[in-house]
Design a protein around this ligand. Structure first.
Ligand code: PGA
Length: 248
């Protein structure tokens, strides 16, 4: 009932020319994908990659969006600037933004509202640190991130949630499929409580953190896992297309 969604997060990789070369290689490999396919690219890649993706089944995403419509926010990009180039998705609250750029649940929440108001689909990232997992705080941390980060949203069924345990990002350590499934089940249960059981059933929840061509099949076979947010393995067309075709 929930259509799986595989999204690449290029992070700060690929110039516009490199990005175009990557999506040109990717398009034929994923043209028959059964799931939604998204690439979230650096801001400066957006115009060229958007043009390169025209007519394909690969959708375009950004990696952040500011919450104001316009104004004195040096260095920021608004939702309407993204929309102008055909951006449909936007990552919000990635752990690297929280860790290095002072992103909080409050700013995540503001960005969520701005993105939704503009008709963008937010991919909101939540997840616990290693210390939080080891001290049994995972559920408490996620509970706060959901309640605060998604505060005041009237329909969560439109958004995508990426569960990314911080200790699994870029480390080669993956949560086990069972761990990821159980935690995503908890996230869904919390969404049912905070919003409504029906929207919780509809919201797509991805796993992210060292997902790759080898482990994607097992992760994606889990009933609660509706997709993946892929960093490192999204930078090569072959690797990413293997994940898009996870059930092969
Ligand atoms: P990774 O990154 O796949 O390189 O671990 C995932 C992410 O940060 O979204």
């Amino acid at each position: 009932m929930r259509k799986p969604i595989i999204a690449g997060n290029w992070k700060m990789n690929n110039t516009a020319a490199e990005g175009v070369a990557l999506v040109e290689a990717l398009k034929p490999l994923v043209a028959d994908a059964a799931c939604d396919v998204v690439v979230c690219v650096p801001f400066t890649d957006i115009p060229a990659v958007s043009a390169a993706l025209k007519g394909s089944n690969v959708r375009l995403g950004a990696q952040n969006v500011h919450f104001a419509e316009k104004g004195a926010y040096t260095g920021e990009i608004s939702a309407s600037m993204l929309k102008e180039y055909g951006v449909e998705y936007v990552i919000i609250g990635h752990s690297e933004r929280r860790q290095y750029f002072g992103e909080t649940d409050e700013t995540v929440n503001k960005r969520m509202h701005a993105a939704l108001a503009a008709g963008l689909i937010p991919i909101v990232c939540i997840g616990e640190s290693l210390e939080e997992r080891e001290t049994g705080k995972t559920e408490a941390v996620l509970d706060v991130q959901i309640r605060e980060g998604l505060k005041g949203l009237d329909d969560v069924s439109r958004i995508v949630i990426a569960y990314e345990p911080v200790w699994a990002i870029g480390t080669g350590k993956t949560a086990t499929a069972e761990q990821a499934n159980e935690t995503i089940g908890f996230i869904r249960k919390t969404c049912a409580e905070v919003f409504c059981p029906k929207c919780a059933e509809k919201v797509r929840i991805q796993y992210g953190g060292s997902m790759n061509a080898k482990n994607c099949k097992e992760l994606m076979a889990m009933p609660e896992i509706d997709g993946g947010l892929i960093g490192g393995a999204s930078l090569k067309a072959e690797d990413f297309s293997h994940i898009v075709h996870y059930d092969r």
